[in-house]
Design a protein around this ligand. Structure first.
Ligand code: CLR
Length: 276
């Protein structure tokens, strides 16, 4: 009952989600769910009543569409995809050990799973990738800006992201409107995201609004290393616009490798800073 109420009052829709997998999530992750549940309730209450710093208001039934998903369902959906064992093919393998696997979901949408090892603890990465998400454009030239439009507690936020128009990016500039959510299970940190609609920020003129998610990042500490993590990132993106699939499916894993490269570079700077 509660999830249904949550979804109803949330006014956040994930139109593409169900058509993609054709099923709903089961509650496998008991401890994670309880963390998520509490924050999504707060989130939805705030969204529906317009309390908090940004008034969102409730979306009209037409805007809402017929498919709803709560933040936690989106994260679970992404985890289900990333942890599935069938259908993955090696897409790219870098000399430094970074690998990307890809898999076609129903509807022939390709998703990508990057696996890398990073010199930072899950906690440090959580700080960089979630708490300080608005600073990402400073160290990642693929991103022009990220704004937190709404923050609900520590674990959930609505963000607007604009990707950069860089020479290496064959796809062109995009903007995204996502709900982002974090949760933990022991020493693991999960970051989830999915495209959403937000009344006060309809698609912008001159921008192609792409849809990110359901997507997730899993951060977990490597055994016997206090400052090393395994970084697993599911990229599940509909870039929209008329583009050949072959081009998109080349650009997306490239974008993942670039992201990881910039993140590493940023981490090196941070380590030097903390030593001086
Ligand atoms: C190829 C073109 C279209 C897109 C290139 C830019 C892509 C790689 C950028 C644009 C927006 C970015 C996302 C913006 C916000 C977050 C939330 C954070 O907690 C983890 C990283 C994550 C999920 C970023 C991953 C990289 C991202 C998806």
């Amino acid at each position: 009952m509660l999830p249904a109420v949550v979804k109803l009052c949330c006014g956040i829709s994930y139109p593409h989600v169900r058509s993609m997998t054709g099923k709903r999530m089961t509650s496998r992750r008991v401890n994670m769910r309880s963390v998520c549940n509490s924050s999504s309730v707060v989130f939805c209450r705030t969204a529906a009543c317009g309390r908090g710093s940004v008034r969102t208001g409730a979306l009209s039934p037409a805007e809402r569409g017929s498919h709803h998903m709560s933040c936690e369902e989106a994260l679970n959906e992404a985890l289900e995809i990333v942890e599935s064992t069938d259908g993955w093919k090696l897409d790219l393998a870098e000399k430094n050990g970074d690998v990307i696997y890809s898999k076609a979901l129903k509807g022939n949408r390709k998703v990508f799973r990057l696996e890398a090892e990073l010199d930072a603890s899950p906690e440090e990465l959580y700080e960089i990738l979630f708490l300080r998400v608005e600073e990402m454009h400073r160290w990642n030239p693929s991103i022009t800006s990220i704004r937190v439009l709404k923050q609900v507690g520590r674990n959930t936020m609505v963000t607007h992201e604009v990707s950069a128009e860089t020479a290496g990016n064959l796809i062109g500039q995009r903007d995204f409107l996502s709900v982002r959510h974090s949760s933990r299970s022991g020493s693991r940190v999960y970051l989830g995201g999915a495209a959403t609609r937000f009344e006060s920020l309809p698609p912008q003129e001159g921008f192609v609004r792409a849809e990110d998610g359901p997507t997730c990042i899993i951060l977990h500490a490597l055994p016997h290393h206090s400052r090393k993590s395994r970084f697993i990132w599911l990229l599940n993106m509909d870039v929209k616009g008329w583009l050949p699939k072959s081009l998109v499916n080349k650009a997306l894993p490239r974008a993942q490798l670039d992201f990881t490269k910039h993140l590493r570079h940023h981490l090196t700077g941070q380590t030097q800073e903390s030593r001086t």
